[in-house]
Design a protein around this ligand. Structure first.
Ligand SMILES: [Zn+2]
Length: 165
């Protein structure tokens, strides 16, 4: 993705209040982010680990989503596959994230959830920069194809969050 500045990142959030967007703890300084190897910026708030953020280019705009990371459920009926990059994880490394929908639906308390890499490092898993702890099912896709699939799944998620904007 193209590099973004801190102000652009802060201004991108579509599903939280302006006050909440101001309170977002940004990830590494933009100059330290390898933008050309990232489909999106995703991070957990270091000061509030239940908060997480996704920022990505979408339809000519930059869209930021504030997410809630759910406490690990007691049930064993949970997915261990990331809904964005399809990396398989041990249950400790996968998290259920939920996004308040943008606009009216969100004000009415409507949210959208997905299981994803707990550290939101999907771009790194796709490139093999990070290795998951558990063996992966064999896939014959290239890095480019996996990155393309990641983008596609991210876009579907964003589209659903924005539906009622
Ligand atoms: Zn992932």
């Amino acid at each position: 993705m193209e590099p973004l500045g801190q102000d652009e990142i802060r201004a991108s959030f579509v599903n939280c209040t302006r006050g909440e967007a101001k309170g977002v703890t940004l990830p590494a300084p933009p100059s330290e982010i390898p933008w050309d190897r990232r489909e999106f910026l995703g991070w957990r708030d270091p000061k509030a680990p239940a908060r997480a953020y996704l920022v990505l280019p979408y339809g000519g705009e930059v869209i930021g989503l504030a997410l809630r990371a759910a406490a690990p459920p007691k049930s064993r009926l949970r997915s261990n596959i990331c809904g964005f990059c399809t990396t398989t994880h041990g249950l400790a490394d996968i998290t259920l994230f939920s996004a308040r929908r943008a606009g009216k639906a969100g004000r009415e308390g409507n949210t959208l959830g997905t299981y994803a890499c707990g550290n939101l490092a999907c771009s790194q898993y796709v490139r093999g920069e990070l290795k998951p702890d558990v063996p992966q099912p064999y896939e014959s896709l290239t890095v480019e194809e996996r990155a393309g699939r990641l983008e596609e799944k991210l876009h579907k998620f964003v589209a659903r969050v924005l539906e009622s904007r």
